[in-house]
Design a protein around this ligand. Structure first.
Ligand SMILES: Cc1cc2nc3c(=O)[nH]c(=O)nc-3n(C[C@H](O)[C@H](O)[C@H](O)COP(=O)(O)OP(=O)(O)OC[C@H]3O[C@@H](n4cnc5c(N)ncnc54)[C@H](O)[C@@H]3O)c2cc1C
Length: 368
């Protein structure tokens, strides 16, 4: 059993080193998760000189430790997003996230699996909600089909996808390096301004800084303490299961539980945060007995998976009240991207919508 190690690592890493002294560049990106690497891709594509640093490695945080579900839309199901944002805006974001899934596919060829996804209903209450989602999606011309099958009933979204998130981030890192970005790992930003990032290994002088950090963002950017709040999400994974039981990634219980079966047959299952909401509002990123116990019971009793558990892990994400991510120029030239679970991967390279203050319902897609 590997403790606090995601199934996605498979022993591979890129040979990167810490910063070895002071450097000068156009833009410094703090954080080499999906958001930071995507920013570096955009910058180097535009011909800018860019340096990226990470306190640990390539996607050591949530970006390399998540469920690998690539779902369209915002954190809210489409009908809820329509209510919260207006039909035009919700549908616009949905289309943008679909385009971003295609973009991720182009950036990291062979990594994305175009499986579609299923939202399963967990009972009569969720049946009605699933139907509202289906109607809202169809009304906006978004593909959505009824699902009735061995897993239960719900809806099938044919345009969704899944991937190994570590593999995607490594591919993106290789791509940005080839485009001229300089990446440094084990390099922690200890202070920053719009024109300078001080680290434990040297200083980066630049014209602009982008802080691309999701989990624990409020500790790095204290002025966002009222805007984002860090939560812990947890997962486990099993040894390969011989049959393909789950042909697509699946979410249920309003998105609080989610899983995918990897190409080799392992089941990566996450969620259960609603079983201990208060304890999971934390910057600690270690798995806990309580949530892991829930995941294990549900894996055995509901998913009927009997394969041995090989991995358990957790990571930090930050949520906004609005369900939309933060993209903010804190001071001229100093940008911050965070609260990413709001719209997931699919927002990271596009033009994210501005932050909107509104009450976010406690339920809804927990991993997005
Ligand atoms: C268990 C779990 C399951 C999830 N499942 C899904 C899913 O299925 N689908 C989905 O779309 N989303 C999912 N998410 C959410 C998604 O993983 C995150 O929203 C996203 O990965 C955040 O990526 P990021 O690059 O913005 O941030 P992060 O991954 O948090 O990256 C930030 C990086 O900054 C670095 N850093 C922090 N401070 C410093 C510093 N001072 N100096 C230098 N570097 C620093 C960190 O080491 C880290 O690598 C899940 C999250 C978790 C935890």
């Amino acid at each position: 059993m590997l403790t606090n190690t995601p199934i996605w690592h498979n022993g591979q890493s890129l040979p990167l080193s810490p910063l070895g002294g002071d450097v000068e560049t156009d833009v410094c990106v703090i954080g080499l998760g999906g958001s930071g690497l995507t920013a570096l891709d955009e910058l180097t594509t535009m011909g800018r000189r860019a340096v990226g640093i990470d306190a640990a490695g390539i996607a050591p945080g949530a970006a390399g430790r998540n469920g690998g579900l690539l779902l369209g839309g915002t954190v809210d199901f489409h009908h809820d997003a329509v209510t919260a944002l207006s039909r035009d805006r919700a549908a616009g974001i949905y289309r943008q996230t679909m385009a971003e899934i295609r973009h991720i596919d182009e950036q990291a060829p062979g990594v994305v699996r175009h499986t579609g996804s299923i939202r399963l209903s967990s009972g009569p209450d969720e049946d009605a909600d699933v139907e509202r989602q289906r109607e809202a999606m169809l009304a906006d011309g978004i593909s959505c089909e009824l699902y009735e099958g061995p897993l239960g009933h719900g809806i099938f979204m044919p345009d969704d996808a899944c991937f190994n998130p570590q593999q995607r981030c490594r591919a993106l890192a290789r791509r940005v390096i080839a485009q001229g970005a300089k990446l440094y790992t084990q390099t922690t930003a200890t202070s920053y301004s719009a024109t300078e990032v001080r680290t434990d290994c040297g200083t980066i002088r630049c014209a602009q800084v982008i802080i691309a950090v999701d989990g624990r963002l409020e500790t790095l950017v204290p002025e966002l303490a009222g805007t984002v709040r860090t939560a812990r999400l947890q997962m486990l994974a099993t040894a390969p299961v011989a049959e393909r039981v789950f042909p697509t990634p699946i979410s249920t219980r309003y998105g609080f539980d989610y899983w995918q079966q990897t190409p080799d047959g392992s089941v990566a299952f996450g969620g259960g945060r609603d079983h201990s909401v208060e304890s999971e509002w934390t910057t600690d990123a270690e798995p806990t007995d309580r949530i892991q116990g829930y995941l294990e019971r549900t894996l055995r009793e509901t998913l009927k998976v009997t394969a041995p558990i090989t991995h358990r892990w957790a990571a930090s994400v930050s949520y906004t009240e609005t369900g939309l991510p933060v993209l903010q120029e804190l001071r001229p030239g100093l940008w911050v991207i965070g609260g990413v679970p709001a719209t997931s991967w699919a927002r990271s390279a596009g033009a994210p919508p501005p932050v909107r203050r509104a009450a976010r319902p406690p339920r809804s897609r927990d991993f997005l």
